[in-house]
Design a protein around this ligand. Structure first.
Ligand SMILES: Cc1cc2nc3c(=O)[nH]c(=O)nc-3n(C[C@H](O)[C@H](O)[C@H](O)COP(=O)(O)OP(=O)(O)OC[C@H]3O[C@@H](n4cnc5c(N)ncnc54)[C@H](O)[C@@H]3O)c2cc1C
Ligand code: SF4
Length: 335
């Protein structure tokens, strides 16, 4: 690991200006992702700006009938244990509980989680062509060992999978991130616009400007939030990233789906909202045949490569299971 400067900031303004003014600065929260990638020599920040000393409100969970609000410094484990998250937003609770290990979740923050980097082994290793690490160098994964790679949202320049779980729940529920430090000051970014598709610029991963800090994550309450579920399929049943996952939230009235919110993980380059699948379900009675049609729609645009074609049928089966399990939930507070 290379030498770096370290500073703690007690205010958002201080943290933002430190990160803007110092070349190659990075915020550090739980450090579980950042330090891993620094140890690999992949990230070489000159300065780490520690945000753990920001005011307590950025580590708080607030809720009312209209929304759930997370400070960006809330630890994954705290959010997972929160009674409102467990009962009113189970898809968020399950996405958190199925991620990493409890030890990591006790350190890792929600802000850091949604900004975690890809696990593409060519990106993490040195000596491979990788457009994300060295723009214009090529992509070793296209014709390499691409079993873990994406089938949705890919480009000819990058097929790396977005690795996290929480983001699927957040994009499905139309969350918004609040930030500080953009040129125009504080702003709100719909979660669906936070992550960039790789396209021709896989090294530009998010909509955040240099030195822009996520301060809050807001999740609006809806009649679908209580009836929601996260299903994650992986090689090993703990401490493992998804091969395929589905975040589903349904508003069902009299057996008819009034509204569906669906996102897919493990199969796409960014947190992936499956609007086509939602359209298949809306206004219909959900049964296995309809769920299968929705899954077909969700993967209609899939572009598998040599080793990851199995993700298409696996992703469809994961979504069908998530839909049927969500429908079968017994829900105390369907609002
Ligand atoms: C072995 C292992 C298994 C894992 N398995 C899973 C899994 O199954 N599912 C899953 O979702 N995750 C998994 N993870 C990833 C883990 O959840 C992330 O490392 C963690 O959530 C990152 O949070 P952090 O607070 O530690 O972020 P940090 O490491 O502190 O930061 C990560 C990045 O976000 C930036 N950042 C942090 N906070 C902010 C902010 N508020 N505003 C702007 N930028 C910010 C940092 O500058 C850095 O670039 C795993 C990690 C490991 C090591
Ligand atoms: S898939 Fe993306 S991250 Fe992986 S080697 Fe190719 S360009 Fe790099």
């Amino acid at each position: 690991m290379e030498r770096f400067a370290y500073q703690r900031e007690a205010s958002v303004e201080g943290a933002v200006s430190a990160a803007r003014e110092t070349a190659a600065a990075q915020f550090v929260a739980g450090a579980t992702n950042l330090v891993d990638y620094m140890a690999l020599g992949l990230l070489r920040p000159r300065t780490l700006v520690d945000i753990n000393t920001l005011p307590e409100r950025y580590a708080r969970i607030d809720s009312n009938d209209a929304r759930l609000r997370f400070g960006a410094l809330v630890r994954m484990g705290e959010a997972e244990d929160h009674p409102v998250v467990r009962t009113r937003y189970p898809v968020i609770q399950q996405a958190l509980a199925l991620a990493a290990s409890r030890q990591i979740r006790n350190m890792a923050t929600l802000g850091g989680n949604v900004l975690q980097r890809t696990r593409c082994e060519y990106f993490r290793g040195s000596g491979f062509a990788c457009n994300k690490r060295v723009p214009g160098s090529g992509c070793e994964a296209l014709d390499g060992v691409n079993r873990a790679h994406a089938v949705l949202g890919t480009s000819e320049n990058c097929i790396a999978t977005y690795a996290g779980d929480l983001a699927q729940a957040l994009i499905a529920l139309d969350a918004t991130v609040e930030t500080a430090g953009a040129a125009a000051g504080a702003r709100r970014i719909p979660f669906a616009q936070l992550h960039h598709l790789p396209g021709a610029t896989p090294h530009i991963e998010t909509a955040l400007a240099r030195g822009e800090l996520i301060t809050y994550i807001d999740v609006p309450a809806g009649p679908w939030t209580s009836r929601s579920r996260y299903v994650k399929v992986r090689d090993r049943d703990s401490y493992q990233f998804a091969l395929a996952s589905a975040a589903v939230a349904l508003h069902v009235e009299g057996g008819v789906v009034r509204a569906a919110r669906i996102a897919l993980g493990g199969v796409a380059t960014v947190p992936w909202r499956a609007h086509e699948a939602e359209a298949v379900l809306t206004g219909q009675r959900l049964d296995e045949a309809l769920a299968s049609r929705a899954a077909e729609a969700a993967f209609a645009g899939a572009q598998p490569r040599r080793h990851n074609a199995f993700k298409v049928p696996l992703g469809k089966r994961t979504l069908v299971r998530a839909l049927l399990e969500t429908q079968a939930m017994s829900v105390a507070h369907e609002t």
